[in-house]
Design a protein around this ligand. Sequence first.
Ligand code: TEU
Ligand code: CA
Length: 619
Amino acid sequence: ATPNPWWANAVVYQIYPRSFQDTNGDGYGDLPGITQRLDYLADLGVDVIWLSPVYRSPQDDNGYDISDYQDIDPIFGTMDDMDELLDEAHSRGIKVVMDLVVNHTSDEHAWFQASRTTDDPHADWYWWRPARPGHEPGTPGAEPNRWGSYFGGSAWEYDPYRGEYFLHQFSKKQPDLNWENPQVRQAVYRMMNWWMDRGIDGFRMDVIVMISKLVDDQGLLPGEEGAAIQDGPVGPEGYSSPVPFCVDGPRLDEYLKEMRREVFEGRQGYLTVGEAPDLPPERSGAITDPDNRELDMLFLFTQTGIDSDGSKWNVRPFRASRLKDAMGRQQEAVAKAGWASLYFNNHDQPRVVSRWGDTSTEELRTRSAKALGLLLHMHRGTPYIYQGEELGMTNAGFTRLDQYRDLESINLYHQRVDQAHEQSPESMMDALAYMSRDNARTPMQWDATKFAGFTAPYAPEEPWLSVNPNHDKINAKSELRDQDSVLAFYRELIRLRHTNPVVAAGDFSLLDPEAEQVYSFTRSLDQAPERKSGPEARSIQEAVPCQRLLVVVNLSSKPAGLPEQTASLLGMDQVAATSMSLGVGDVDRIMISTYRPEQTVGSLLTGRLAPWEGFVYRL
Ligand code: TEU
Ligand code: CA
């Protein structure tokens, strides 16, 4: 029987269409390109693809600024191309989830244009506010409050036509929709239903936890003239953070429940995943509890914040204990009810192998890419693979600002270096090389040809963002031929989740939280737990014999001993650091390893792990 919820053992693959496959030589990936590569994805074994936005857009933020939700942007193709992609994906048993960007629209959306006239029915569809009394509108200090935008500058933009400011948490071409207005919500649900009826299988919901903003009794935002609530303290760049007032606002649950009722009730086989920056993991249990009828799962951010301090541009060293704490909190939050999504990479994060792995040699790159993949995929939840992660693709390696295209990277460089003098040019370039979103956005590396097979070598236009020169070594074509490739390993990870109910559903229990080299935990289904994950999910649990898996990963380029709790689970003698139990020598217990299973048996016998050695052991 198909498990329900079906996503309990599914693996999702994220496509960033602009960088996946160009078919017409204009340097931008497109929908026909995705359709062309579906066999590759089917062969990898993924169940779902999530497409970053392909709607009509001025492309200020690469499509996260939508000017028409019911049309396809010409750079990506046509609605016919979309329908064909849906058909071709479905015929291979692959579901298609689209991005839903409804915290904001583009300023070029018809709703926003209409909203600029105060007597238009759309006048209240965005957060319009007058200039601060006593200030000349449009001059510094006249903004309604001191909030800064995530992409630099004030979160308010003055529109001389309307004579008022509008709120934009992201770029000034991304005005925030006013969800307080029921007409806005109904228009969004109508659009969502239109797409669901067209045959898509769900939505990834962009910054969905930001749709409700905290207002006082008079409807004033924090820090506005006369407001009952103050805005937060101002940082070195002169702005205060909207996070405490815009993330997880007072009406979030109400809106999510309404959306669920208006769009998804009565539908089946779909997936909803909400993006949740700055949401405390503890809240995810309630939002994803099926009984609460909100969302299926959330992308939390605790793990992506472990190597920076305050701002993402203040980079600090990776520590395994911080990663364990971040992931552990997420796992804990949904242990009884609700569900987790698992990711290290997406289009906003640097490449994980460059970030927490080791790319100094080819050997270490493949080992560490596998180790990080194994670590992620063995947690409890639905894993997301970002295009190229399955190849062990690395950061872009850019050294000059003019190589970057991302508005966040470019704006923040100017704000922090030129305006606030907060950071030296060198340290900001280092921070960009480590953290910039463009690291994830270089074209997909299909083969070793001039533009990596992303676009034809003789294409009239070069790719919109430079291809990583290492595509001569790191590419899908060569990895498809290699049994030991990162790609082959990901295929195996996916297969394991599909075939082993413990991997899909087993309880998570962290071991040795303080250990800095080795990350280990168990997954178990031994006491069929009371869990609210839908009726059929219980049936996979009942169908399996009791099982317990031990996951151990050396997250370093040096050999590592087994930490205490891990060693004792394996029946290791701490003093002699050798195995006391015969079982440890049994190669059949190694379900997957980043080394050959025989080698991992050797490591277990001596109690010493090789660099980036990671494995799953059947206890
Ligand atoms: O991102 C929201 C978000 O908070 C981040 O991941 C953001 O990119 C990062 O914090 C900036 O430092 C979503 C999308 O994933 C992102 O691509 C969009 O730019 C953003 O929303 C606006 O739509
Ligand atoms: Ca193209």
